[in-house]
Ligand binder design. Structure first.
Ligand SMILES: Nc1ncnc2c1ncn2[C@@H]1O[C@H](COP(=O)(O)OP(=O)(O)OP(=O)(O)O)[C@@H](O)[C@H]1O
Length: 244
């Protein structure tokens, strides 16, 4: 098996008496796209938040490379720079332009003038067809453009892994495609990504691995070719067709 870039071993997460994640073992190889699928409430968002250290875990380990990033007492801030996350709601600061939004984290973290980061961030805007919108405020942008800016903002920190939590769910259907195109591009460039998604057609087209979560566990894990055709996954497919 290829060495993992990101791995979880027996990850457990509880909210009070409710065990939301009950022994999750994930093995994410570099450059791989993993899609988390499952019914609402199956724990997809919680898993992503745990991976980004936004939620403490109750048991198990999260390894980035060989480093156990889930050790209690560690400062999560530097680790969050290495694992970017994009949410369903774009969370851009409304009083800042798209460019200022993207410059904010690198400037705060590295405490250097904006000119240090400007060329790289302008190149990101260019790469994702957003150059014309760099100086626009969020309310001057469509939902799809705002979500693409949110992706650029996360990429500005040069993360090793990107997590995406239902990033197209809040968008009008005609805007979904432009955001999925950004993911296609990132995949082609070899970015390691984990997505919680209800976009099964997209998962089928692009995922290297589909993980089906239910009852706090990864019940099935397979490449799309097997997940969508193999007889042993038929029950999962039928279940997903009902709930998604
Ligand atoms: N902060 C919290 N406090 C208590 N319970 C929570 C909290 N966040 C999530 N939960 C519970 O954890 C379970 C998993 O929620 P989660 O949002 O991870 O599911 P999901 O698979 O991402 O769902 P969806 O597809 O609707 O986004 C749910 O039962 C939810 O109610």
């Amino acid at each position: 098996m290829t060495e993992a870039l990101l791995e979880t071993r027996g990850l457990v997460k509880r909210y009070g008496p409710h065990t939301v994640l009950n022994g999750i073992d994930l093995h994410i190889a570099p450059g791989q796209m993993t899609c988390l699928v499952g019914a609402s409430g199956s724990g997809k968002s919680t898993l992503l938040k745990c991976l980004n250290l936004l939620e403490p875990i109750d048991d198990g380990q999260i390894l980035l490379g060989e480093e156990d990033i889930s050790e209690p007492g560690r400062d999560p801030q530097p680790l969050r720079q290495r694992i970017g996350m994009v949410f369903q709601s774009y969370n851009l600061f409304p009083h800042m332009t798209a460019l200022e939004n993207a410059l904010l984290a690198p400037r705060r973290v590295h405490r250097k003038p904006r000119t240090e980061f400007l060329p790289a961030i302008e190149a990101l805007f260019e790469r994702f067809g957003l150059s014309a919108h760099m100086h626009h405020y969020p309310d001057q942008l469509s939902g799809g453009q705002q979500q693409r800016v949110a992706i650029v903002r996360a990429l500005a920190m040069k993360p090793q892994v990107m997590l995406f939590d239902e990033i197209t769910s809040a968008l009008d259907p005609e805007l979904v495609g432009e955001v999925l195109d950004v993911l296609r591009q990132l995949r082609a460039e070899g970015m390691t990504m984990i997505l919680a998604t209800h976009e099964m057609a997209f998962a089928r087209e692009l995922a290297d691995t589909i993980c089906f979560l239910d009852g706090g566990r990864v019940i099935e894990q397979a490449p799309p070719a097997a997940f969508f055709t193999a007889p042993e996954h038929a029950r999962t497919r039928a279940f997903l067709a009902r709930v998604l």
